[in-house]
Ligand binder design. Structure first.
Ligand SMILES: Cc1cc2nc3c(=O)[nH]c(=O)nc-3n(C[C@H](O)[C@H](O)[C@H](O)COP(=O)(O)O)c2cc1C
Length: 400
């Protein structure tokens, strides 16, 4: 459904290599019959021409704070007040830093400060810039002050490297904007998502862990929150930044995953994406274990089965979903887990070098009682969206 019709959207375009994609974005928003106004920073105009934007929009665009012509009616305040939402795409590291610190030294930053409307930024930059601590801090700060961040994706970048920093797909930006205006279909629902690896200590400096990146769980938490669910993300150690509008709880061991999950009950939705270790040390050594020539074995015991504990808990959420990562016999192993863990759905994901733990893509099977669906290889972001749409229909039918 199109919720963007007649919506007043102010698009701020900042000076990055992905500026040209803003034209495509405007086109898609026009297709949705949105009413788009546009501001280009002066550095954006080094990459694209004002006239191209004006031709596409069929109206003048604003770019200068100190233009008598534009400012005789306090244009910067008007622009801020007239928009129902402000979208910054692409958003540079520089602009992120400025708006995170309340800098107001040009038209675009003044509009951002003067507006009390919802704001969404879609960053695009070189991977090292995106991973720079200063940028990370600024992004976290933006999230804290209520700005929604559409995380960039991985791919080939203009600087001829491959990595994270590519502007989110224009279609996805439009879908997110549409969702923003849509009726929040999971409003009133509480969701818990676990993500990332667990860390089971052996001694003060060593642990057993795994290669889970956490990305799939983070994407699901973000998608749930976009659909209006009050979402808690319980995560093992990852390199990822928590999504906007999600309560974030950091944990390490299987015991902590379970403890924090139980503390968050009751909930409507529980999605166990974390790769939680099946074993933990019977005793964690107080001191560093010393190398012995006589023995190379460690004493482990089974760790808590977090998913099963939640599935069989007296405060069991209405919908419990597990993820089953396998390197072989994917379907038969996952079906067995589906039975034994007593969850409602199981997502079986194949772990290979090409997709699974270390990749942005996933190949999954969706398993429920009497039904198995094979989903084609897709990004974890799309897997998350597809899953959350299924959750929406589950609750629609659940009410009947
Ligand atoms: C060729 C070129 C490409 C650039 N691409 C990006 C980019 O993709 N992302 C980014 O954050 N900065 C990029 N920059 C740096 C910004 O242009 C610079 O930080 C500028 O001050 C941004 O201004 P603005 O945020 O006011 O638009 C690029 C610079 C050059 C010269």
């Amino acid at each position: 459904m199109n919720f963007l019709k007649d919506k007043k959207i102010l698009l701020i375009v900042t000076g990055g290599i992905a500026c040209y994609k803003a034209l495509d974005l405007i086109r898609r928003l026009q297709d949705k019959k949105s009413n788009v106004e546009c501001v280009l920073t002066s550095n954006a105009q080094e990459f694209v021409k004002v006239i191209t934007f004006e031709s596409l929009l069929g109206k003048k665009i604003s770019s200068n704070l100190f233009s008598l012509d534009q400012e005789k009616n306090m244009n910067h305040i008007k622009l801020a007040n007239n928009a129902e939402i402000i979208l910054v795409a692409p958003c540079t590291a520089n602009f992120i830093s400025k708006i995170s610190n309340g800098v107001a030294d040009d038209l675009a930053t003044n509009v951002m400060l003067a507006s009390n409307k919802p704001k969404i930024v879609a960053p695009a930059m070189n991977t090292n810039m995106w991973e720079n601590k200063a940028v990370k801090n600024n992004i976290n700060n933006l999230k804290k002050i209520g700005v929604t961040v559409l995380s960039p994706q991985s791919g080939k970048l203009a600087c001829r490297t491959k990595g994270k920093g590519k502007l989110m797909d224009v279609d996805m930006i439009v879908e997110n904007l549409n969702l923003f205006f849509s009726e929040k279909k999971l409003q009133g629902k509480n969701a818990i998502v676990t993500a990332g690896p667990s860390i089971e200590k052996i001694d003060p400096i060593r642990f057993i862990g795994n290669f889970s990146s956490g990305l799939q769980g983070y994407e699901i938490a973000e998608a749930l929150s976009f659909f209006g669910a009050k979402t808690t993300l319980i995560s093992g150690p990852t390199k990822l930044m928590p999504p906007s509008n999600v309560e974030f709880i950091s944990v390490e061991s299987s015991d902590e995953f379970l403890q924090k999950s139980v503390e968050k009950l009751p909930a409507d939705i529980y999605i166990s994406v974390a790769a939680i270790s099946d074993w933990k040390a019977r005793n964690i050594s107080k001191n560093k274990l010393k190398k012995k020539s006589t023995s190379t074995s460690f004493d482990f015991k089974l760790s808590e089965d977090v998913l099963k504990s939640i599935s069989t808990h007296k405060k069991r959420p209405k919908l419990v979903v597990g993820f089953s990562a396998e390197t072989e016999n994917l379907l038969s192993n996952s079906k067995k887990k589906f039975q034994s863990k007593k969850c409602d759905w199981m997502i079986a994901n194949k772990i290979t070098n090409a997709y699974g733990f270390k990749s942005e893509k996933n190949k999954v099977f969706f398993i429920e009682k009497n039904n198995i669906e094979e989903w084609k290889i897709m990004t974890k972001r799309i897997v998350a969206r597809k899953l959350v749409k299924k959750i929406v229909s589950f609750f629609k039918n659940y009410k009947l």
